[in-house]
Design a protein around this ligand. Structure first.
Ligand SMILES: [Zn+2]
Length: 191
């Protein structure tokens, strides 16, 4: 995900301690939310345009470029029904999903505004993370990263996507392999 406006970015805050069962429950709720969004928007999904695939070919696994789907969010994304419950528990800095450029889930990117090549890059990094980790581990690492770091920007999966999209944006002809980069981070989490 990328917020539409940088000023909406959150600052790290101390989150209330949550037990593993509570975290597990929120992972399940988030997975259900993403599954429902995928089902809602997939009808309008299209593959990545051929010229974009060619521009990104030096960076991404062929499978990611050829099989990823992109869907416009009509109507716009709504915040999950479980947000009020999280707020009541004292959790702060929840990502306002009505205000993100795009959101990735498994094999699909749902976008809420015209998506730039840099944002496509960012979301494809997430799809590569999904590919390597599997949806279950991706969601767990995402949620745990949020609670451990205190905000969205501190989630290691996000930090990596931001770092790589910035690297691409600053030097689009200096090729690197996203699959290897994601593999390194995934490996660090396992050790
Ligand atoms: Zn992101």
């Amino acid at each position: 995900m990328r917020p539409l406006y940088p000023e909406l970015s959150s600052k790290p805050v101390a989150q209330p301690p949550l037990g593993p069962r509570t975290i597990e429950r929120f992972c399940d709720l988030l997975t259900r939310y993403l599954e429902e969004a995928r089902a809602q928007y997939i009808y309008f999904a299209h593959p990545l345009e051929r010229e974009m695939q060619e521009a990104l070919a030096p960076f991404f696994h062929k499978e990611i470029l050829e099989h990823s789907l992109f869907a416009p969010a009509h109507p716009h994304l709504k915040n999950p029904d479980f947000y009020p419950e999280l707020r009541r528990m004292g959790i702060k800095g929840l990502i306002d999903l009505r205000m993100v450029t795009a959101i990735a889930f498994k094999d699909i990117v749902v976008y809420q505004e015209k998506i730039t090549l840099r944002s496509i890059f960012h979301e494809l990094v997430h799809l590569e993370q999904y590919r390597q980790l599997g949806a279950h581990n991706f969601i767990h690492q995402y949620v745990q990263g949020f609670f451990a770091g205190g905000c969205y920007e501190a989630i290691p999966l996000e930090t990596q996507a931001f770092d790589l999209d910035t690297r691409f944006h600053n030097a689009p002809l200096e090729f690197f392999n996203v699959e290897d980069e994601v593999g390194r981070l995934a490996h660090q989490h396992q050790t």
